[in-house]
Design a protein around this ligand. Structure first.
Ligand SMILES: [Zn+2]
Length: 143
């Protein structure tokens, strides 16, 4: 699907900026353009399927363990008090879950659903790529 940015990233020869934090046969995790907030990652299906309804049995079975493992690694790398999961599918219908750390002592406008709206303000691509590297190292150390 040529018009899908996630499919283009998945089929590219090069790693995305910040590198692949995780790659299995079915799922990838990386920093996504427009979401370069330190610790924020897309966990995305490697093939095009829309919404949680589009997952096959193998993809659905693997997702739970990956959400746990990547969340543990994000918390370890960032010191997050919570790790949020979001999946709207409005900007990119290609199924993905956004994982986002919520830091200790965060102000109210960086808690809960409000955090999603702060992504432009909180963006710091260099720090996001560096954090992604540390999340990847935490994942590798745990496996
Ligand atoms: Zn796609």
């Amino acid at each position: 699907m040529a018009s899908c940015e996630i499919c283009e990233r998945e089929s590219a020869d090069e790693e995305p900026p910040g590198g692949w934090v995780l790659r299995t046969d079915l799922w990838s995790a990386c920093v996504a353009p427009g979401f370069e907030v330190p610790g924020w990652l897309f966990l995305e299906l490697r093939r095009h399927a829309e919404g949680p309804m589009g997952m096959n049995d193998a993809e659905a079975a693997e997702l739970g363990g990956l959400i746990r493992d990547v969340s543990v690694a994000i918390q370890s790398a960032t010191g997050a008090e919570r790790v949020y999961l979001m999946a709207f599918g409005e900007l990119y219908p290609h199924f993905h879950v956004l994982l986002a750390p919520r830091m200790p002592f965060a102000p109210d406008d960086e808690k809960g659903p409000a955090l999603f709206g702060k992504r432009a303000e909180l963006a710091d691509p260099a720090a996001a790529y560096e954090t992604a590297t540390r999340v990847c190292q935490a994942l590798t150390a745990a496996s």
